[in-house]
Every structure is written in C-alpha cells, then in structure tokens.
Ligand binder design. Structure first.
Ligand code: CA
Length: 226
C-alpha cells in the first residue's frame, strides 16, 4: 500500500517516511504543496498525509486539487494545536481525519490503519491470496496454510510487489527501485539475499513453490511455479 506524505519540515518528513516504510508501506514524500499536488494527481496512492502550512500551495489547496481530479483516497491532515477552525474547514473540504502536532508515531499509525480500513471498499483490497498463501495488508500479516509467517517489513513489501504483479517476471532492477529505493548497480546481492530469505520462510516446507527464478531476468510469483 502506498502513502503520499506532504510535509515541508525536513525532520518531520523524514521521520514520517522512515516510520511508515518500517511499518511496511510504500512512501512518496513531497516537501512543498506544488510537488505534493503533482504527485497526488498523477500517482496512485491509498492514502495521503498532508501538512496544512506548506510552501507553494497549502494543505487545503492540495486536497481540493486532488479531489477535483477525482482522487478519493483518504486524507489525514497534520495541524498545529491552535488551528481548530482549520480542522473544521479541512473536514468540510473532504479531509477524513486530522492529527495535532506534535504526535506520537504510534497514534499516526493507528489513524492510518483505520483510514485505510475504511477506505478500502471491499475485503479484496485488504487481503491478497495465492494458493494457500494469504497477505493481510492492513495488519501486515502473512499466513500460509493457516500458519503464521513472520516477515520483515522489506520481505513483506517484496512479497506484496510480487503478488500484485503475479505472473509477471520482475527484473531485479525494478525490485531494487521499488523496495529498496536504490539503483540496481549499487548492490545486486541485496535482492538475491532477500528473495532467498523470503522463500525460505514461505516456500520451504510448502507446496506448490510460489516464487520462481527466471535466469538472467528476475523473479516471478506464480500459482503453478514448479
Ligand atoms: Ca509546515
């Protein structure tokens, strides 16, 4: 699941991005309203977190712009303590929730999960499955044959990516850029090690094997992988 964060305060932005990535979400961070609106209009996000006071366009303008282009993802606003009227305005404009700064990250994460649960229109958006493998996208839990499998945030993101693009051979370079936010050239071994660990957890001892290596190309997750 992918989250857009628009926050101009560098520390807060980095903290949000880092925390959300560690919680297993994909994150794009924009540092002003203009970039934020551009990403919000062109990207595909499950949720947006908007600061109110932003250079360029403020949070309300970003929200209004996104709603105008038909973006209906839930929006969580970050406001200062003394901006009560702003909150009312935000809710009228179509914000779904707000959080007063400073906030505890655990609180933010709880709100995010609630909004995502509310925002997803059906069960399928919250859960993905292939064969007897199930991913719960909100709780970030994986089971296979009813057995709980513990994955790291990166492993979960990797599995989610493979599952979303089931049947497609994903090049290592694509996996590197999507999950590790890095270029393929920097360290190819990271991907191989991560795939090996993921397989050890979710394919060893189970049938059918779901992740397959396509030599010289990349990895594919398939139901009938041999
Ligand atoms: Ca700000």
């Amino acid at each position: 699941m992918k989250i857009l964060v628009v926050e101009d305060e560098p520390k807060t932005g980095d903290y949000l991005r880092q925390g959300l990535i560690e919680a297993g979400f994909g994150v794009d961070l924009a540092r002003d309203g203009i970039d934020g609106l551009h990403l919000g209009e062109t990207g595909d996000y499950d949720l947006a977190i908007l600061d109110v006071m932003l250079p360029g366009l403020d949070g309300w303008q970003v929200l209004a712009g996104m709603r105008r282009t038909g973006r209906e993802m839930p929006v969580l606003f970050l406001t200062a303590r003394d901006q009560v009227e702003d909150r009312v305005k935000g809710l009228e404009l179509g914000a779904d929730d707000y959080l007063v700064k400073p906030f505890a990250f655990a609180e933010l994460l709880a709100r995010v999960r609630t909004l995502l649960r509310r925002g997803s229109r059906n069960k399928e958006a919250e859960q993905m499955r292939v064969a007897d493998l199930e991913l719960d996208l909100l709780r970030r839990r994986v089971t296979r044959g009813g057995q709980r499998i513990d994955l790291t945030a990166k492993e979960f993101a990797l599995l989610e990516l493979l599952l979303r693009r089931r049947g497609e051979v994903l090049p290592r370079s694509l996996i590197a850029s999507q999950i590790w936010d890095m270029n393929f050239d920097s360290d190819t071994n990271v991907i191989e090690v991560a795939v090996r660990r993921l397989r050890a957890k979710m394919d060893d001892g189970f049938e059918p094997k779901l992740i397959r290596t396509v030599r010289g190309m990349g990895y594919v997750l398939e139901d009938d992988a041999g």
